[in-house]
Structure formats: C-alpha cells, structure tokens
Design a binder for this molecule. Structure first.
Ligand SMILES: [Zn+2]
Length: 69
C-alpha cells in the first residue's frame, strides 16, 4: 500500500488496540496522514487521505464571549 499523494511508503500504526479495523498511515516521504478502514466481513480496504480534509479550527471560539447576549 502506497501514499495516494506521492506514492511513498506508508508507515501504518494502530492507535486503538480495540479497533482492529482502523489504522493510521503516515507517509515517510511527504508526511501526509491517511486513515485506513478495513471491512472484516467483506475484506474491503478503504484508504482516506487526510491531506484533503481541511477543518477551520479558529471558527469555534471558546464560550464566554461578552459580545453575545
Ligand atoms: Zn506521500
């Protein structure tokens, strides 16, 4: 299995020992992260590149803003 972005070698880790169907893959070449999902019943493997997912974290400001009310 190779990186969808650059074709480099993926280093696969299993962050949650209880979830044997989900893995994190980090490319050794471009440092992109991917999520690997394995379907036990069908044997299908899905690789989701996290490089294309962009979340704006600044939008959710902490509560307690005095401007609202
Ligand atoms: Zn890569």
């Amino acid at each position: 299995m190779s990186c969808p972005t650059c074709g480099g070698i993926l280093e696969i880790t299993q962050p949650d020992a209880d979830r044997t169907d989900r893995f994190l893959a980090i490319c050794s070449k471009c440092d992109d992260w991917s999520l690997i999902s394995y379907q036990h019943d069908t044997g299908a493997i899905r690789l989701i590149s996290l490089a294309v997912v962009t979340v704006e974290l600044e939008r959710g400001k902490p509560s307690g803003n005095p401007e609202r009310g």
